[in-house]
Design a protein around this ligand. Structure first.
Ligand code: PNS
Length: 168
C-alpha cells in the first residue's frame, strides 16, 4: 500500500440518442458499484441517423441523472479506451439485454481489453427494459407511438413536441 487514494472510475459509453430508462437503470446501478461514473457520449458515431444534437443529448442526460452525485457526462471521439486512459477510468460498464447483444459486446470487450488492459463489466438489463433501444424509441416516437414509460418524462415530452403533427 502506498497510501494513495484509489478511486474506481467506470465509463458507461453510448450514443444516448436519446437516453432511455434502460440506460438510466444501468447508470444508477453502476453508480452504486463505482466511486465515479463517467457517461461517455460518442460525438462522432458511425451511425448517421441521429435525432438529437449533442447539446440536447447532454441536456436530456443531465436532467435524467441529476439525482446521482457521482456521475458526470463527457463527450468523446475516437477510441473509447484512449478516452478511458485520459480520464483514469479502469472499467467499462455495459448493459446486456439479450443473447443477441452478447456476441458483439464480447468482441468489443475483448478488443478493448487487448488494446488497453481495461476490463468491461456487464450488467444484466432489467427485464422491464430488455426490449428497449434508442433506435426503436426514435422509430416509435417518429410515427406517433407512445414511448412514455420507456424514457424519462422530459425526454418523452421532447419527443412528443418534436413529432407532433408530423406522423408520416
Ligand atoms: O449506444 P451505442 O451506439 O451502442 O454505443 C456504441 C459505443 C459508442 C459504445 C461504441 O461504438 C464505441 O465504443 N465506440 C468508440 C470507438 C471504439 O473505441 N471502437 C472500438 C471498440 S472495440
Amino acid at each position: 500500500m502506498t497510501g494513495e487514494t484509489c478511486v474506481a472510475t467506470a465509463l458507461c459509453p453510448g450514443s444516448f440518442d436519446p437516453v432511455t430508462l434502460g440506460h438510466v437503470d444501468i447508470i444508477e446501478r453502476s453508480a452504486r458499484h463505482f466511486d465515479e461514473v463517467i457517461v461517455a457520449v460518442i460525438s462522432n458515431p458511425q451511425k448517421t441517423q441521429s435525432l438529437f444534437g449533442l447539446e440536447e443529448r447532454q441536456e436530456l442526460l443531465e436532467k435524467a441523472l441529476s439525482h446521482l452525485g457521482n456521475v458526470r457526462i463527457e463527450f468523446f471521439k475516437g477510441l473509447l479506451v484512449e478516452f478511458a486512459k485520459e480520464h483514469g477510468a479502469d472499467s467499462i460498464v455495459k448493459g446486456l439485454r439479450a443473447v443477441s447483444d452478447f456476441d458483439y459486446e464480447l468482441q468489443m470487450a475483448q478488443m478493448n481489453q487487448r488494446l488497453s488492459g481495461i476490463d468491461t463489466f456487464f450488467l444484466s438489463t432489467s427485464p422491464r427494459y430488455s426490449f428497449l433501444s434508442s433506435s426503436l424509441v426514435r422509430e416509435v416516437a417518429r410515427f406517433g407511438g407512445d414511448v412514455s414509460g420507456m424514457v424519462p418524462r422530459h425526454v418523452n415530452d421532447r419527443l412528443v413536441e418534436m413529432f407532433r403533427g408530423k406522423e408520416a
